[in-house]
Design a protein around this ligand. Structure first.
Ligand SMILES: Nc1ncnc2c1ncn2[C@@H]1O[C@H](COP(=O)(O)OP(=O)(O)OP(=O)(O)O)[C@@H](O)[C@H]1O
Length: 473
């Protein structure tokens, strides 16, 4: 549905309360979304929000962006606005120059399947301000100083510090992997920022893998491969995020391989991140995978409780808010999956406290996070665990109850038993019953075995983390 607007351009006289709501919404989205997505799609938006919060209009730079925002982000933006304001907000989208607002609810935000980057890149408008970040693309706020250290990231942080202090020597390439929102991007920016602080003339580039794909496509279209090579092959430090996005992009992989070889030959450093360890990467050429693994590969784990508390207190402090330790513990105990979610929870609490002019307390945190807490308390069933684990390890659900013993089946079954004990209130005999009438000692053995191995095997821990996130929705 389309509506006409008399004065579409956002202006300085926009109602203050509305703008404050939009700012709070932006802050929330900055925490909830990967930095790449936020920077590309959300940050360039401007908005006009009515004084009573009933209506918000987002101004987007072009038609392509409008369609993308509508299909991928509108639902999410509306729900953040509604959560912060505590009321229904009608969201509209309009082209910044042409004043043609369009109702935004055409598609739910959770239909978000990434458009293929190679296709996307070819559609991106030339000269669009949203696509011209600073040359090294580093975010100066993401430094070692602002990165809280804990058991979960100690090794990765130490290796990254080493690289920043002495690039081109040990740990080349440095391959950092871990689940979403655990601080991989933060860490690679920190490497770049530290190197530049020490050596301001160093040639550093941070790039998201999707942007690298897009650069390859552009240099293809414009026949500017020499420039492309000159740009990448002359760097002292290349920081490349989320290399799993190279999957199935053959030409990109070839160009990255060339850049990789050229950089290593001249002792430049490469730091990469991914959501999985090199051998776990799908659809990436073997020769590239083996290069990825040829320096140091290090994991970032989900943060432990004390680290989550420290992160919350630090982040609140950075916003000039003192968060009582008991509140930080309450939040950290309830938000366990990753740092981005932790930051999201903190934003909600800060915004809630600001809007309601109330002191931060456990009660306030409970109110501000009620949606999140209710999702978390949702019951996870053993059946759901069995199905999710079976899907993940590509075995039949029936094998969860069967007496079959090959390791390819027995192990996922043990993992499912472990998760059933961890994530449900069921007793060992009840779990045994649900796994084809097994004895409770069998379940106990599985739980102990997997929990011990989890401490020792990074890959297993990683898989369990993914499964837990999937199950918790
Ligand atoms: N140890 C930490 N101390 C302080 N802030 C952290 C820490 N770890 C992560 N963060 C913050 O959490 C947010 C998410 O981190 P980041 O974007 O680096 O995650 P990521 O692992 O790259 O996730 P994705 O794979 O989704 O891109 C960022 O705002 C980052 O600054």
């Amino acid at each position: 549905m389309t509506e006409e607007f008399a004065n579409p351009a956002p202006d300085a006289s926009a109602p203050q309360a509305g703008q404050a709501l939009w700012q709070a919404c932006l802050e929330q989205l900055a925490q909830d979304l990967p930095a790449q997505q936020f920077g590309t799609w959300i940050k360039p938006l401007s908005a006009q929000v009515s004084d009573d919060f009933s209506r918000a209009t987002l101004y987007v730079p072009n038609r392509f962006t409008l369609d993308w925002i509508r299909s991928q982000y509108a639902g999410r933006i509306a729900s953040v606005l509604e959560q912060l304001s505590g009321q229904t907000v009608t969201l509209e989208l309009a082209l910044a120059q042409r004043a043609a607002p369009v109702r935004a609810y055409a598609a739910p935000a959770n239909t978000a399947a990434q458009a293929p980057a190679e296709a996307l890149a070819s559609q991106r408008p030339e000269g669009d301000a949203a696509y011209s970040p600073p040359r090294n693309r580093l975010n100066p706020g993401l430094t070692f100083d602002t990165l809280v250290e804990g058991t979960a990231n100690r090794m990765a942080r130490a290796a990254a510090m080493h690289v920043a202090g002495m690039p081109g020597h040990l740990y080349n390439p440095l391959f950092i992997y871990g689940g979403v929102g655990l601080g991989k991007t933060h860490l690679v920016h920190a490497v770049g920022n530290k190197l530049l602080a020490d050596r301001p003339n160093a040639k550093v580039l941070y790039i998201h893998a999707e942007q690298f794909v897009s650069d390859v496509v552009k240099s293809y279209q414009r026949k500017t491969f020499d420039e492309f090579k000159q740009r990448y092959h002359s760097l002292d430090l290349l920081l490349i995020d989320d290399v799993q996005f190279f999957a199935n992009k053959d030409r990109t992989q070839e160009e990255f391989f060339n850049a990789f070889e050229a950089l290593l030959a001249k002792k430049s450093h490469i730091v990469m991140t991914s959501d999985t360890y090199p051998k776990g990467l799908a659809d990436i050429h073997e020769r590239l995978v083996s290069r990825f693994d040829s320096g140091l590969t290090v994991a970032i784990e989900p943060p432990e409780l004390e680290m989550r508390v420290a992160i919350l207190i630090n982040k609140a402090h950075a916003e000039s808010v003192e968060m009582p330790e008991e509140v930080a513990f309450f939040v950290a105990k309830n938000v366990r999956s990753n740092v981005r979610e932790l930051e999201g929870a903190l934003r909600k609490i800060l915004a809630y406290s600001r809007f309601n002019q109330k002191e931060i307390s456990i009660q306030l945190a409970r109110e501000a996070l009620r949606d999140l807490l209710s999702i978390q308390n949702r019951q996870i069933s053993v059946e759901n665990i069995q199905k999710t684990v079976a899907d993940y390890y590509k075995i039949k659900v029936a094998d969860m109850y069967s007496k079959k013993r090959p390791a390819s089946i027995a192990r996922p079954r043990q993992i499912a038993m472990y998760l059933a004990k961890e994530l449900t209130q069921k007793s060992l005999p009840e779990i045994g019953e649900l796994f084809g009438g097994r004895d409770h000692t069998t379940v106990l053995h599985a739980v102990r075995k997997i929990s011990t191995e989890r401490q020792q095997l990074t890959e297993l821990n990683q898989q369990l983390h993914v499964l837990e996130q999937t199950l918790k929705g």
